[in-house]
Design a protein around this ligand. Structure first.
Ligand SMILES: Cc1cc2nc3c(=O)[nH]c(=O)nc-3n(C[C@H](O)[C@H](O)[C@H](O)COP(=O)(O)O)c2cc1C
Length: 132
């Protein structure tokens, strides 16, 4: 299964590198434990995240995410079966979407169609190093 959502960073979480690193560290640990894979993008105060795994693990994660005060307005763009994992190489990796043509002309993460959002994350993932 794959879930895709956008949310709005709250306060510091929209700009701080330390907060982003904290989220990534904690999430990568948890996701590996739960056989969840994913990528996270932060762009102009919004988060876009894809998570992949068993339904029960995704549901538990979405529960935790909805309660996390570092973001709000968690809006699910897509949730359903995926023929294969697109982000299997990572527990949770940071996707740099800042130069993606899909976000040109000030287009925001919360204005994307689910298909465009997934395509942007997949393009960004091709530029993420895979740990040995
Ligand atoms: C934008 C964002 C993305 C997150 N992604 C994940 C994730 O992929 N996996 C995860 O376990 N926690 C993620 N978290 C953190 C969870 O909301 C929650 O704080 C964490 O899972 C609790 O973990 P703990 O039980 O180890 O303290 C994310 C938080 C934010 C704000």
């Amino acid at each position: 299964m794959r879930a895709l959502y956008v949310s709005a960073a709250v306060g510091d979480a929209g700009r701080s590198l330390a907060t982003l690193a904290e989220i990534l560290g904690q999430s990568d640990r948890n996701n590996r434990r739960d056989h969840v894979s994913g990528v996270l993008a932060r762009h102009e105060g919004l988060f876009l995240q894809a998570i992949e795994g068993a339904r029960i693990d995704l549901d538990r994660l979405l529960e935790r995410l909805r309660r996390d005060p570092r973001h709000d307005d968690v809006r699910l763009l897509a949730y359903g079966p995926a023929s294969e994992r697109a982000f299997a190489a990572w527990g949770l990796a940071l996707a740099d979407v800042s130069s993606d043509p899909g976000l040109a002309k000030g287009r925001r993460l919360d204005e994307l169609t689910p298909d465009d959002a997934l395509a942007i994350l997949k393009r960004a993932a091709t530029r993420i190093p895979v740990a040995a």
